[in-house]
Design a protein around this ligand. Structure first.
Ligand SMILES: NC(=O)c1ccc[n+]([C@@H]2O[C@H](COP(=O)([O-])OP(=O)(O)OC[C@H]3O[C@@H](n4cnc5c(N)ncnc54)[C@H](OP(=O)(O)O)[C@@H]3O)[C@@H](O)[C@H]2O)c1
Length: 226
């Protein structure tokens, strides 16, 4: 499948490697596709990322990446997501499922980060309003990048993951892909309904950050018991 990943950081690289190594045609989008040697935050350079792959993938502009994808994944920083999607171009997103992994975190005042938007709105909703022609499905934003592609690494994979978005068939399709691509079992995936549910999954992040500090590891998930 042709997959566009908007974002060159830890999430873009982790999702991109997993999807490319399992046979998908991945194009990572970035503002600076020519700067392959540059380190991407705390993630590797895209040159090192390309060298780590078992199959060939590409790096391109946000617009070229989005044009390539049958499905598009937004893995850009919360503060840059709207700008990145503007670069990607509405016509390259029209009619496509847009999997949104971003969180509206603001690190400008140090740690812990605050949320740029919450409670009565969410980044997921803002993204859906910005690209009304795309079918935005928010998911994966409640786990660290390594767990996104390997849920079995904690609790034998018996922890939950949320999906939400306004298009029910898109939510169902994303749940199928999460299983086929990364091994999330159907019983782990909780369908929360329309995109306003992104308020809750994004507002979990302050608790996630606090748990990270207390547990000393990012390798944990949410277990839902009834
Ligand atoms: N790291 C995790 O484990 C994790 C887990 C769950 C959710 N998330 C969420 O996933 C997203 C990606 O996280 P990350 O850690 O991989 O990287 P990140 O540092 O949050 O984001 C890096 C990406 O954001 C783009 N970006 C930043 N500012 C921009 C702007 N003004 N305009 C356009 N693009 C801009 C960068 O573009 P360039 O390539 O051009 O520099 C880069 O591709 C974030 O929203 C994060 O909250 C992360």
């Amino acid at each position: 499948m042709k997959i566009s990943i908007l974002g060159s950081g830890a999430v873009g690289q982790t999702l991109g490697k997993s999807l490319s190594d399992s046979g998908h045609e991945v194009v990572i989008g970035t503002r600076t596709p020519a700067s392959l040697d540059e380190k991407r935050g705390y993630a590797a350079s895209l040159k090192d990322w390309l060298a780590s792959l078992t199959r060939r993938a590409s790096v391109a502009t946000f617009a070229e990446s989005a044009a390539h994808g049958e499905v598009v994944i937004n893995a850009t920083s919360g503060r840059g997501s709207i700008e990145a999607l503007n670069h990607a171009g509405a016509m390259n997103l029209d009619g496509k499922i847009l999997i949104d992994v971003s969180n509206p975190l603001d690190f400008s005042k140090g740690m812990p980060p605050s949320l740029t938007i919450c409670n009565t709105d969410s980044l997921g909703e803002l993204i859906q309003r910005s690209v009304p022609g795309a079918k935005v499905v928010k998911t994966l934003n409640t786990v660290t990048a390594e767990l996104m592609v390997a849920p079995h690494k904690v609790a034998q994979g018996n922890h939950g993951l949320f999906v939400c978005g306004n298009d029910e068939s898109a939510r169902k399709q994303v749940a199928v892909w999460l299983n086929e691509w990364f091994g999330w079992k159907p019983e782990q995936i909780v369908d929360l309904g329309d995109i306003t549910a992104a308020r809750g999954t994004e507002m979990y992040l302050p608790l996630w950050v606090r748990l990270y500090g207390q547990l000393g590891t990012s390798m944990f998930g949410i277990s839902i018991v009834r």
